[in-house]
Design a protein around this ligand. Structure first.
Ligand code: NAP
Length: 266
């Protein structure tokens, strides 16, 4: 892992920040991306303190088309190369479909999926030429089984899962790996940052959360062991497992849980 050049999106907070520290402790070189410059500066400083051989950052709003391509160009320029891409930036939109306007779907699609696709599309030719490297997509357990009142978010997370599944087949034998990480509920700024419609105003905290450090360890482990897919939290694994056994029963359970969640927030 030493001196691998790692690009991480959404590195100013939460899972991305924890992943940056995990790669820093392995003496990697880091290129950190998010919108908040001051936070990125602090994270980069902390990464250097924790052992990163280099840590630079760039402020980008990934809701703007084309930024995914741009960050790969900047990363290659600043680090003189690229080995690992962690596509992690994302946010949630909570509420019923009737209250989520199509424009909100465009935006979350661009940030959560399309910018990651742009990044991977720009990074892959170089990784394939060098015959090594790894791509990590941070999806969600609800990118494997959708939850009511999270439609637009789930669409983007399912799309990441489909991209990873497709790419795994394309990249087999190329030396370039791909891992899909599916966190469960994790204690980060995610709940506060989520865009909420009128009937889903308050942040709900239903279950005991996982930590961003534990998700970061899973990311590092997936790169090391070239794991295709990682599901996190007991409840997350239960949801995915139950859905495999009985999608119909799981649909009823998630409908019930989703309604209860929404009621709690009104
Ligand atoms: N927390 C959970 O319960 C959970 C569960 C499953 C999956 N996930 C997934 O994990 C990933 C990380 O989420 P998190 O929990 O760490 O949330 P977080 O603490 O809110 O961090 C989100 C990161 O994404 C960045 N970001 C958001 N919008 C952006 C934009 N338009 N342009 C550039 N960067 C943007 C944020 O940086 P700036 O605000 O500085 O731009 C921040 O660094 C997401 O993809 C999320 O879907 C989270």
């Amino acid at each position: 892992m030493q001196q691998k050049k790692v690009l991480i999106t959404g590195a100013s907070a939460g899972i991305g920040e924890a992943a940056a520290y995990a790669f820093a402790a392995e003496a990697c070189e880091l290129f950190l991306v998010a919108r908040r410059s001051e936070r990125l500066e602090q994270v980069a400083h902390e990464c250097r303190r924790r052992g990163a051989s280099q840590a630079v950052w760039a402020s980008h709003d990934l809701s703007r088309p084309g930024r995914g391509t741009e960050i790969v160009r900047e990363c290659r320029e600043q680090l003189q190369g690229l080995d690992i891409v962690v596509s992690n930036a994302g946010y949630g939109v909570v509420g019923p479909v009737t209250e989520i306007p199509p424009e909100a779907v465009n935006r979350i699609w661009q940030v959560n999926f399309q910018s990651g696709y742009e990044t991977i599309h720009a990074a892959l030719p170089g990784l394939l030429r060098q015959g090594s490297g790894h791509i990590v997509l941070v999806s969600s357990v609800i990118g494997k089984r959708a939850m009511p009142f999270n439609s637009a978010y789930c669409v983007t997370k399912f799309a990441q899962a489909a991209l990873a599944e497709s790419l795994w087949g394309e990249l087999r034998g190329s030396g370039v790996g791909i891992s899909l990480i599916c966190p469960g509920y994790t204690a980060t700024e995610f709940q506060e940052a989520a865009a909420r419609t009128e009937s889903a105003q308050a942040a709900s905290r239903p279950f005991r959360p996982d930590t961003s450090e534990s998700v970061a360890r899973a990311i590092l482990g997936a790169v090391r062991r070239r794991r295709r897919e990682v599901h996190l939290t007991g409840l997350g694994r239960l949801l995915i497992g139950l859905n495999r056994l009985s999608p119909a029963l799981t649909a009823h359970i998630t409908a019930w849980v989703g309604r209860r969640q929404l009621k709690k927030t009104v």
